[in-house]
Design a protein around this ligand. Structure first.
Ligand code: G4P
Length: 526
């Protein structure tokens, strides 16, 4: 145990994730209101790039500006130091969100009660499941007509593949929405549609009492009693250990817009959500309470000012204490660095800090020394794993438009890939560079940024590919035979690993059949 135990145990570092429009931004804002970090609703700007803005460059730049300010929002609530990590709403930047999930200790998933589990929620949950991240589910927009709450719970269990346990329960919905029964604290929270006010709750531990009908109609009271009885019969009591192991998701209901059900969520969250947890490095597991400082870069944000090509590297502190102006080892470069102006993020302000602890996120001004996944330590040779790359969905050849600027283009591509904007594959047959992304918008952003930040012009050329698979084999000769047979479709990723570019699902499954000694992976970590 270290001398920083109390500091570290009070940290709650998490992300709110959702399919666009479920209410992530609204919920974030209400949590900040409770923490006193902001005072009026509407102060948090959504960092989502609206669907209409796909080709509006100014809009993308503006959004990038906003997302620096709101990348991390820290505030104090009761005795807890809370860090909310924001994630991009636009699905073309899903990979950014996946990476942010490597830096959190837990997540809250917001689901729209009318729409239920949506595509993006499912994908994000897959990443949480891979990492065994504890999740709490908040079912939002109860002030609107939505699906039956039992059906929603079934859907969450089935679609997100996690057991659920409701800790609050809605009393009717839409126009007739009365409030929620707080199962966790045994209280009745009555709904008043009001965007700013914070609701009071009435302690109510005996639902069989006729007094329940003072607060709602007889039919509603009877329904609530029956529902709660059914819940106790069907769902096991809440078990915190199962939640922490990522096997059980407590579920809350409410309306973020009306600030309803949010405080119950927050109160329960600070109590049950994990403080920083041990993180596996390649060499060993690192405990947050260790004395030595360790951390890794999970996000790099380029400056928008083209005259200062500086970035902010976002570092998650994994153990110990970070101090300003102290030397730390940059493992990949094998060099010592000290930072004179590290920043912490409180609400929407960014300020220089002298120290920060495990669980915190700090921003380090950088001029190109960092890549996503880089490890910093007090001296120990350690490598945090970060998140594997996933096979991209879209592929294009990137070509130089301006022969005088080949160097700038190469540098720009290198740095943007280091930031994790997209993935680069170099075809081993013809040497051409292929960029892989999860969405069309990323190609536009790359082209724009190459031009504005590096003065390089690129052109896209189509290539028809289905998937990029990382390949390996225990038999070197089998791997060589495969690479020879598929020579036109073999590439190297940025780390120099072998990748097979399959041009159709059919070709891929034939290759899997014909080459049983080769293992095909859809993520870069295996
Ligand atoms: P996101 O970050 O997950 O994409 O969602 P966001 O919070 O921006 O919310 C999406 C829309 O849903 C917003 O409306 C927001 O006001 C609304 N909303 C959020 N929570 C609730 C709720 O509890 N009840 C109801 N009825 N609506 C809710 P919008 O019209 O798209 O944006 P705006 O013009 O209100 O900002």
């Amino acid at each position: 145990m270290s001398t920083y135990t109390d500091e570290i145990n009070s940290r709650r570092t998490f992300a709110i994730i959702s399919h666009p429009d479920a209410g992530k931004t609204t919920l974030t804002e209400k949590l900040l209101l409770f923490g006193g970090a902001i005072h009026v609703a509407g102060a948090v700007k959504s960092n989502k790039i609206k669907k209409t803005a796909t080709s509006d460059w100014m809009e993308i730049e503006r959004q990038r500006g906003i997302s620096v300010a709101t990348s991390v929002m820290g505030f104090n609530y009761r005795d807890y130091k809370i860090n909310i990590l924001d994630t991009p709403g636009h699905q073309d930047f899903a990979e950014d969100t996946f990476r942010t999930l490597t830096a959190v200790d837990s997540v809250i998933i917001v689901i729209d009660s009318a729409k239920g589990v949506e595509v993006q929620t499912r994908k994000l949950m897959e990443v949480c499941r891979m990492r065994k991240t504890p999740v709490i589910v908040f079912i939002n927009k109860l002030d609107r007509e939505g699906q039956d709450p039992f059906d929603l719970l079934d859907e969450v269990e089935e679609e997100l593949q996690i057991r659920v346990r409701p800790l609050s329960w809605p009393i009717d919905m839409g126009q007739r929405f009365k409030g929620v029964y707080n199962i966790y604290e045994q209280g009745l929270n009555l709904f008043t549609p009001d965007k700013q006010r914070i609701t009071e709750s009435v302690a109510f531990d005996d639902l069989s009492s006729p007094e329940l009908e003072n607060y709602m109609s007889k039919a509603q009271a009877e329904k609530l009693r029956a529902d709660i009885e059914l819940i106790d019969g069907v769902y096991q009591p809440f078990d915190k250990e199962e939640y922490l192991a990522g096997q059980l998701a407590p579920v809350f209901f409410g309306s973020a817009l009306n600030n309803f059900g949010v405080q119950e969520l927050l109160n329960c969250f600070v109590e049950i959500a994990p403080s920083p947890r041990p993180i596996a490095a390649v060499e060993r597991a690192v405990d947050p309470h260790e004395e030595g400082f360790t951390g890794f870069v999970f996000k790099i944000h380029a400056n928008m000012d083209p005259n200062h090509r500086s970035c902010i590297a976002f570092v998650k502190i994994c153990s110990g204490r970070f101090e300003r102006n102290v030397n730390y080892k940059h493992i990949r470069l094998g060099k010592q660095f000290r930072f004179s102006s590290p920043t912490a993020f409180m609400a929407q302000r960014k300020e220089t800090v002298d120290e920060a602890f495990a669980g915190d996120i700090i921003g380090l001004p950088d001029t190109g020394n960092f890549r996503i996944g880089d490890t910093l330590t007090s001296g120990e040779e350690l490598h945090f794993r970060g998140l594997p790359s996933f096979s991209p969905e879209l592929f294009k050849y990137i070509e130089n438009q301006d022969p005088m600027k080949a160097k700038q283009l190469a540098k720009g591509i290198d740095q943007l890939m280091g930031e994790g904007v997209a993935q680069l594959f170099t075809n081993q047959f013809n040497g051409r560079k292929i960029i892989g992304t999860v969405g069309q918008l990323q190609f536009e952003v790359i082209q724009y940024r190459l031009l504005h930040e590096y003065g390089a012009q690129c052109r896209w050329e189509p290539i028809s590919l289905y998937k990029a698979c990382w390949i390996e084999s225990d038999k070197p000769e089998a791997l060589e035979a495969f690479k020879k047979r598929k020579s036109q479709y073999i590439a190297k990723d940025i780390e120099g690993r072998d990748v097979y570019l399959a041009d159709s699902g059919y070709v891929l499954s034939m290759a899997q059949q014909d080459f049983p000694d080769i293992r095909f992976h859809f993520t870069s970590e295996f």
